[in-house]
Ligand binder design. Structure first.
Ligand SMILES: Nc1ncnc2c1ncn2[C@@H]1O[C@H](COP(=O)(O)OP(=O)(O)OP(=O)(O)O)[C@@H](O)[C@H]1O
Length: 343
């Protein structure tokens, strides 16, 4: 008997983390083949796409008047449908094996809180970008799978995925989400707080890229053994001239406190709604943090202090969602292998 692996030999089925900040693609048997910022540069006059991914990210805040570099997704959902579609198409083409006979099947991780209309927007964008079939998987589930949590066991696994646009928190048992919450406060909101802080405190206007650098280089949410300082360059709001100042990690911590509080609150309220047997499991097993926001200094210490349970960071926090879609893809293709059987 010859088994024709519909999803295997003749197409490059893909798992995708269509993130607010980054887009990652996983291809069966190859692993992660693409990791690019979710940014697109478009010509304002012609509507033509000028650059996608890292090239477009370098243009953020630096474009001439006729070009706009922007993120087509905001808070985990599609803010600009056509540009998102162009971006997916570009990424699929970039990784798609041109020898393939079939258009790929695509599994996409989406935030758990999005509406039916938003889900359809993701599906439509992926289909119009060239996908043959589209499957959606909720991000916390994908992230937990990607972090190797034992989600099918009759015990609680808890994931806190702090991405760019959304923070997803879920308690999973027996392969299903028992409690799940999603808020649109995550890494990008922290970057925005830094921009606001410089404007209010120093009358200094800084761009998104500079603020993100500050967050990554000296940002923290828990006192550091050795506090840090950094030089920041921007434009003085009153004089209109370029200016440099030195900021400390303590003041950036203060600036980040408000959104971080909201993230802690959603973790706590998820725990409060967790059934007692599962909550008991978490006392020993603790929770796992993932997503780019989990790399913020001190976040595991702060969550541990606030919840009183152990907190671990996933081995590869930026890849959990796409690795989870990859695992789902492998499972799907095992089931899918029965799709065509020829004697
Ligand atoms: N070392 C770091 N310290 C703090 N924040 C970081 C670090 N590295 C990345 N980030 C932040 O992580 C966020 C991106 O994370 P990630 O790639 O997981 O998000 P995403 O999957 O694109 O977003 P979403 O899941 O919300 O759609 C950005 O806000 C980025 O600034």
């Amino acid at each position: 008997m010859v088994i024709d692996y519909l999803g295997g030999l003749f197409s490059s089925d893909m798992g995708m983390d269509l993130g607010t900040a980054n887009c990652l693609i996983y291809i069966k048997e190859k692993g992660i083949v693409l990791r690019e910022p979710s940014v697109v540069a478009v010509d304002r006059e012609t509507g033509e796409v000028r650059a996608v991914g890292s090239k477009a990210k370098q243009m953020l805040g630096r474009t001439p008047a006729n070009i706009v570099a922007a993120r087509p997704l905001r808070n985990g959902v599609i803010a600009d449908f056509e540009v998102t579609q162009e971006m997916i198409r570009y990424f699929i083409r970039k990784v798609h094996n041109r020898r393939s006979l079939l258009r790929p099947r695509l599994i996409i991780g989406i935030p758990s809180g999005i509406t039916g209309v938003e889900r359809r927007a993701v599906e439509d964008a992926a289909r119009q970008a060239g996908a043959r079939e589209v499957y959606l998987i909720e991000e916390p589930m994908a992230s937990a799978m990607g972090a190797d949590l034992p989600i099918s066991e009759p015990h609680a696994s808890m994931i806190v995925d702090i991405g760019g646009g959304t923070t997803e928190v879920a308690v999973i048992s027996l392969g299903g989400m028992v409690v799940a919450k999603s808020i649109d406060v995550a890494g990008d909101e922290l970057t925005d707080c830094i921009i606001q802080y410089f404007r209010k405190k120093y009358n200094l206007i800084v761009g998104e890229t500079t603020a993100e650098d500050v967050k990554i280089n000296i940002g923290s949410v828990y006192p550091l053994k050795e506090e840090k300082t950094m030089e920041v360059k921007g434009r003085d709001q009153t004089q209109g001239l370029p200016r440099t100042l030195t900021v400390s990690s303590e003041e950036i911590r203060q600036a980040l406190m408000e959104p971080v509080r909201l993230i802690i609150d959603v973790v706590k309220s998820t725990l409060e709604e967790t059934p007692p047997e599962l909550a008991a499991d978490l006392v020993d097993r603790g929770l796992v943090v993932a997503g780019g926001g989990s790399l913020l200094r001190g976040i595991t210490d702060l969550i541990r202090k606030e919840t009183d349970i152990p907190v671990h960071r996933a081995a590869d926090p930026l890849s959990c969602v796409v690795l989870g879609t990859g695992k789902f893809l492998e499972e799907l293709s095992v089931k899918g292998s029965t799709l065509i059987r020829r004697k």
